[in-house]
Design a protein around this ligand. Structure first.
Ligand code: ZN
Length: 321
């Protein structure tokens, strides 16, 4: 085993977001590979360059960037790095977020507006639909040179393969080093916080939307099957007991779903459930808390615990029992 080739070098750069700093990783394989870049801010770039330098690497030396998922705190600098001629690798589901075409941004907002209406959100909170635009300001337009999907080898990084881990983002992949049981997990797994399953529009217009909490649970189970030893994460410290943590995440989701089910002895909209589940927080973080709430409603519906009843514009949910 060539230890230098599989070594993961960590870097931590600041972000302007509530989540705090983000971790990026350097793999010195046959291709000098950066996993995630940090957001597009002068502070993040400066810090990334400084920390690369401490590993004897200049910004311009990087051959390729692998994207764990499309969120700006992870990929913001990729457009800038493309100008240096780096190859960009990621799941094809990143593409619409990297291109950021006006038509897609409009489609995304129309989708979220539809979600808000169906969930019975009062008009005063609809401003939150455009939060995404502000958030996307921390990234440049870019494109993937090569798509990675389930089971692919990561080119130039011997022993590393791709595991699709959707849930937090549709585009999410994790990098798995089977021989040593290591993973670079982006926001799929984080030690101190549970990562939100986030709603996104379907990839084929007019088809059913993805159900992110159900996807996340599947991704968790798939990760358990890999019997990991050590997980590098997108935020905070590495995880030394991944199986234990994943089981806790699954358990906590079930407990929260049970709590949601306990509200539903009368019909309620998703927004009414959201207000009870996240009192205080839902006003400021309407999009995040609504995504999480709808995730639990999707889960309870899939388990046949609740029924979904479509009214005129709104949808209500109630317990089957
Ligand atoms: Zn993320």
């Amino acid at each position: 085993m060539n230890l230098t080739k599989e070594k993961v070098l960590s870097m931590t750069v600041p972000t302007p977001f509530a989540v705090g700093p983000v971790n990026c990783f350097l793999l010195k394989g046959d291709a000098l590979t950066l996993v995630d870049t940090g957001p597009r801010t002068p502070e993040a770039q400066q810090e990334l360059e400084k920390q690369l330098h401490s590993y004897g690497v200049a910004f311009e030396d990087i051959d390729q960037v692998v994207l764990t998922h499309h969120h700006p705190d992870h990929i913001g600098l990729v457009g800038r790095m493309m100008k240096n001629g780096v190859n960009v690798l990621g799941h094809w589901k990143n593409d619409r977020w990297l291109q950021m075409s006006d038509s897609f941004l409009k489609e995304n907002e129309a989708f979220m507006t539809g979600i808000y209406r169906e969930a019975g959100v009062p008009e005063q909170y609809f401003d939150h639909v455009s939060d995404t635009r502000g958030y996307l300001a921390y990234t440049d337009r870019a494109k993937c040179d090569r798509h990675l999907s389930e089971g692919d080898d990561v080119p130039g990084c011997s022993g590393w393969t791709v595991m699709e881990t959707p849930g937090h983002a549709q585009s999410h992949i994790s990098l798995w080093h089977k021989e040593t049981g290591m993973m670079i997990a982006g926001d799929h797994l984080i030690k101190k916080i549970s990562s939100n399953p986030l709603l996104e529009p379907p990839y084929v217009k007019g088809t059913e939307r993805p159900k992110p909490l159900l996807q996340q649970r599947n991704s968790y189970r798939k990760t358990l099957d890999a019997h990991l030893q050590y997980v590098y994460t997108g935020h905070g410290e590495p995880i030394l007991n991944p199986d234990e943590l994943i089981k806790v995440r699954l358990q906590k989701q079930e407990e929260r779903s049970e709590k949601v089910a306990s509200f539903l002895n009368r019909p309620m909209t998703a927004f009414e459930v959201c207000q009870q589940l996240f009192p205080g927080v839902y006003k400021k973080q309407t999009g995040l808390t609504l995504s999480e709430t709808i995730g639990h409603l999707d889960y309870l519906e899939s388990e046949n615990v609740i029924v979904k009843i479509k009214e005129k514009e709104k949808t209500v949910y109630r317990s089957r029992s």
